[in-house]
Design a protein around this ligand. Sequence first.
Ligand code: BGP
Length: 482
Amino acid sequence: MEEMKVTKFPEGFLWGSASAAYQIEGGWREDGKGITNWDQFVRIPGKTYKATTGDVAVDHYHRYKEDIALMAEMGLKTYRFSVSWARIYPEGRGEVNPKGIEFYENIIDECLKYGIEPMVTIYHWDLPQALVDLYGGWESEEIIEDYVNYAKTLFKAYGSKVKYWITFNEQNIFTSLGWLTAQHPPGKFDDQKTFYQVNHHVFMAHAKAVLAYREMGGTGKIGASFAYTPSYALDCKPENVMSKHDYDELKNFWWMDVYAYGRYPKAAMNYLRKKGFAPVVTKDDQKILKAAAAEIDFMGVNYYQSCVCEYNPMDGVTPYGTMNTTGVKGSAQVLGVPGIYKNPGNPYLMTTDWDWSIDPVGLRYCCREITSRYDLPIIISENGLGAFDKKTEDHKIHDEYRIDYLREHLKELGKAIEEGCEVLAYCTWSFTDLLSWLNGYQKRYGFVYVDREEEEGATLDRYKKDSFYWYQDVIKQDGENL
Ligand code: BGP
């Protein structure tokens, strides 16, 4: 298609940034908060980089005013954050903890004070451990009711102030790492049958929460955030093109089709039936998924990288191998599913120190695919660069690589908008530096540097990086200076 010039982003475009409770808050046992699955998991030796935990994180629990003041100084239009279920319901169900309700109320009010639109993620991976002990967490369909009850509590408490709701963050990631690769709680390995059933429970929880929101009169926007890794066929060899198609059905449309259409992709479902991994889906479930799909207002996209698909023979690579959690470039392995696809590197793209490909066009591809396949508005709920940042002696952080990364992605997003995609918001990951689940504190994403290492004890002071001033200017000029 003809090259388009990036013009102004739409009126009211939400320039934003994002975080998640476990990764920033700390205060892990304060004010009645219950223990979560992550509080337990990080204590298992070898699970996280240098045994890092979110016990203190970047102490946002006590410094939220300072952090939100920095957002206001930057001119942020929206701040996406998550609520920790265990602060609201320490046991996952039962008695509400008023201190938990109050904490997020304060955050929301603080945002509104500066004209920053709060965007709330209801579930960003930290689950009350009590529900795991009680019935196995997401493995039991009992959790659907508890999740919906928790979501309704948030709608009731904050519904008049919050207009953007994200039911789940990256369902595809937390379930894959939880039940296939054992890297997230509950640390199960290659349990495909449970993986698909767990996903079905999450879909039902999402759908019932969306319907509950509408029943309660919610007039804001609601949807889920999907970790979208778009794919390119290695070349025009037909079996490689088919491997891309299979990849998309199994790794992308499996989630997005359910959110947007309320049904699973057919070929993928047939494949899983043959394998004996397909979830149990009742007629009633189908109705509920369809009803909820008609009610979602956007597709949330977390975009970091694209991938390449090549046919993978039956004796080829498996989905399990070393992941780069150290920042030592080149330590990740090529993975795939025998008989279907594998994901070799892309020779046309550079990679980050954690071996993630850097592909601004991939972001545009995501938007175009969603627009043509689902015709839904889009919220880019995460996009950013994890890097080693260095603070100079005079407290400056010259992260021009992050500016380059974000600028190039925003240019492509601008083109997608020009081409007809309706994009409501763009949230960078992340505002302050924070804990990377498996990669410790050394993998930094923020506009604001936080003085802390893997070990506790540093000042936790905040310093604005060069990218802070750059994004401030982008917002001021509504993207015209990109
Ligand atoms: C997404 C998560 C975020 C964040 C981000 C960066 O998958 O939603 O919580 O962690 O990825 O990933 P990482 O910290 O692994 O670099």
